[in-house]
Write a protein that binds this ligand. Structure first.
Ligand code: PLP
Length: 392
């Protein structure tokens, strides 16, 4: 029996850069004391107050089918949060509750791309981007960003690929680079989108983790609300990765179509999780800051440690829970460096090559262990890099 081309070709050619990740996972499973700095999972769990709200909602009977587009009061809460943060008039009709940001990315591309359409995305990229686009039968088209620009995209590079394209997917604050797109970058992107009539899909799952500069949502830029689809979630902002809840914010007509899609795919999100999300959002920035605080602290720690040496370079860590480190002075690829670091010091990091080709010679370090172990691991990593650089 034959499977569809769409499913068999979903993940493309794969990348060797993930070998080190799977190897570290196996070592952990074998009981080895690996220091895991690989994936974007908080070292704290969902706040007990959110879990209490979830428990109360479930016991109260909110365990049946929930409204497919999301409970109206939650859609209103999300809309009001977005309006407050961006100044763009937003109502519940602009919001669909989704099963996390990932489902939102898939839905957004499904809503705007026909099979065979060119859908642009930027390298380095969050791992699922090209396969998400392929999953909707569109054709992923990559645009490179550059380490020398601290991975801020250049409008002219996007422009060069935009003729006949349908959409552009961006992510700021960015995973894996930690870059926060400047107003100038976003103005350039908005201009390209308007000139080439592109939909802009803006992944803003890290919008509460900004350490330097301001998070600008491109939906707030002139004449962009009508062509922008924002995808966000509670995963990173509220340490709710396992609850699988997020949202899509878009023009009302897009949301109406996405409700049709949700009816035929997820059929909505669990009601008790929606209630807990409404509670979490009602706590405002206080809870979000509490979740973001450890990363803010560790990023400062990292800056201090990295300032004391000159082998490992730091791409300005402006946001998100990662550091992108330039290890080209060692003469190793990111993948070689990560493998050796794991073998010799049991520290697991992601090679830049796991995220495309633009971050080759870099590694991504997730700031997701306690401060003391994090600082010790970073010091070891710098010493290790220095030794290699000196012997080559
Ligand atoms: N977008 C980016 C850039 C991410 O890093 C992630 C998760 O790591 C997601 C989307 C998906 O997040 P979720 O589906 O948990 O909301």
């Amino acid at each position: 029996m034959q499977l569809s081309d769409r499913i068999t070709q979903l993940t493309g050619d794969g990348s060797d850069g993930w070998d080190v990740f799977y190897r570290s996972r196996q070592m952990v499973a074998d009981g080895e004391p690996v220091i895991e700095l690989t994936i974007g999972e908080h070292d704290v769990r969902t706040d007990p107050s959110i879990l209490e709200a979830m428990h109360k909602a479930a016991l109260g009977g909110h365990t049946g089918y929930a409204m497919v587009p999301g409970i109206k009061s939650l859609r209103e809460a999300v809309a009001s949060r977005i309006q407050k943060r961006t100044g763009v008039p937003t109502t519940y009709e602009n919001v669909l509750i989704s099963a996390g940001g990932q489902a939102g990315l898939f839905a957004a591309h499904t809503a705007v791309c026909n099979p065979g359409d060119r859908a642009l995305y930027l390298d380095p990229y969050y791992t699922t981007y090209p396969s998400t686009i392929r999953g909707t039968a569109a054709v992923p088209v990559v645009v490179h960003t550059h380490a020398e620009d601290a991975f801020q995209p250049r409008a002219e590079d996007i422009d060069a690929e935009s003729e006949g394209a349908t959409s552009l997917l961006i992510n700021s604050p960015n995973n894996p680079t930690g870059t926060v797109y400047s107003r100038q970058t976003l103005d350039g992107i908005a201009d390209v989108c308007k000139r080439h009539d592109l939909w802009l899909i803006s992944d803003e799952v890290y919008d509460t983790q900004v350490w330097e500069g301001d998070h600008v949502s491109p939906r707030a830029l002139p004449d962009m609300a009508e062509r922008t689809i924002v995808v966000s979630s509670m995963s990173k902002s509220h340490a709710m990765t396992g609850s699988r809840i997020g949202w899509i914010c878009a023009p009302k007509e897009v949301i109406n179509r996405l409700i049709d899609l949700a009816t035929n795919t997820t059929y909505g999100v669990a009601g008790f999780i929606q209630d807990a999300t409404e509670f979490a959002l009602s706590q405002g920035a206080e809870l979000e800051d509490k979740v973001a605080e450890p990363f803010r602290r560790r990023r400062l720690l990292a800056k201090e440690i990295l300032a004391q040496q000159n082998t490992v370079g730091l791409i300005p860590a402006q946001g998100a829970m990662y550091l992108m480190l330039d290890i080209r002075a060692t003469g190793l690829s990111g993948e070689e460096f990560a493998n050796k670091l794991l073998d010799t010091h049991m520290i697991a990091v992601m090679p830049g090559e796991s995220f495309g080709t633009a971050a080759a010679g870099h590694i991504r370090v997730a700031m997701t262990i306690d401060d003391e172990r994090f600082a010790a691991a970073l010091n070891t990593l710098c010493e290790f890099a220095k030794d290699i650089a000196e012997t080559t």
